[in-house]
Write a protein that binds this ligand. Structure first.
Ligand code: CA
Ligand code: CA
Ligand code: CA
Ligand code: CA
Length: 262
């Protein structure tokens, strides 16, 4: 709203102004009132503008805060959903892999054979599959056969099963075999040791190198009419040591089979 009040005062009137000041009083009052009205209007307009600006700013801030909260909530929900989906997928994949492995194991299982391996995958090696009691030690499968045979019969029996008479290459190996013989209450027992080809040149029947010996006191003595085949002694104070005996004597025997690498 605009207002305009014009007052024309000529020189004569000005000259008489001092006499007639009272004639302007209503006009001045009117001007003051108009001024007041204008002030009020301006104040109102300014107030309205400020109010609008403040409202807008507050609206924006609230909008931003709400947006952020909504964004966070949505993010969390999405994350949870994704996590659940991933978990489910992983579970399914693991299940499938386990199923496949089980299937493969079942497919791979075979009748138990005397070979130092758990062919039927029941966690027991060679159960009921070997012709004599057996153990696996390091990479070898050993049989402890208690039927009495000459050295050659014993060797041929081992070879007929895909084994040979055992060869011994260390103190621990000898101790393991001796302990087994003792446990099974076997007496003197053939091993692959012999000097049948050349006297006093001992060798193993499986042609492995003679890298370790454990002769008993006074052995080998090629006693009697000649002794060319080796045993592990099981009696007296020389037990667990070796002796050469007549190859025609009959003893129990140890067969050995080198388990192939998988
Ligand atoms: Ca088995
Ligand atoms: Ca087996
Ligand atoms: Ca000899
Ligand atoms: Ca002897």
């Amino acid at each position: 709203m605009t207002a305009c009040v014009g007052v024309v005062i000529n020189d004569e009137e000005l000259a008489d102004a001092s006499l007639d000041m009272n004639m302007y009083t209503p006009i001045i009052d009117a001007l003051i009132q108009i001024d007041q009205e204008l002030d009020q209007e301006l104040d109102q307009e300014l107030d309205q503008e400020l109010d609008q600006e403040l409202d807008q700013e507050l609206d924006q801030e609230l909008d931003q805060e709400l947006d952020q909260e909504l964004d966070q909530e949505l993010d969390q929900e999405l994350d949870q959903e994704l996590d659940q989906e991933l978990d489910q997928e992983l579970d399914q994949e693991l299940d499938q892999e386990l199923d496949q492995e089980l299937d493969q194991e079942l497919d791979m299982s075979a009748p138990e054979e005397c070979n130092g391996r758990d062919d039927d995958l029941d966690q027991v090696v060679d159960e009921g599959a070997c012709p004599c009691p057996s153990i696996v030690y390091q990479s070898s499968l050993y049989l402890f056969c208690d039927d009495l045979k000459t050295w050659r019969e014993a060797r041929d029996s081992c070879r007929g099963m895909g084994f040979d008479l055992c060869s011994i290459h260390s103190n621990p190996e000898n101790q393991v075999l001796y302990n087994q013989l003792s446990l099974r209450e076997l007496s003197d027992t053939w091993i692959g040791l012999n000097d049948r080809d050349q006297e006093e040149v001992f060798m193993w029947s499986n042609n492995e190198e003679l890298s370790y010996t454990r002769w008993g006191n006074g052995e080998p003595n090629n006693g009697g009419s000649g002794e060319n085949c080796g045993i592990i002694l099981m009696r007296g104070n020389r037990r667990s040591f070796w002796d050469d005996r007549s190859c025609l004597s009959e003893y129990s025997y140890i067969c050995e089979y080198e388990i192939p690498a998988p």
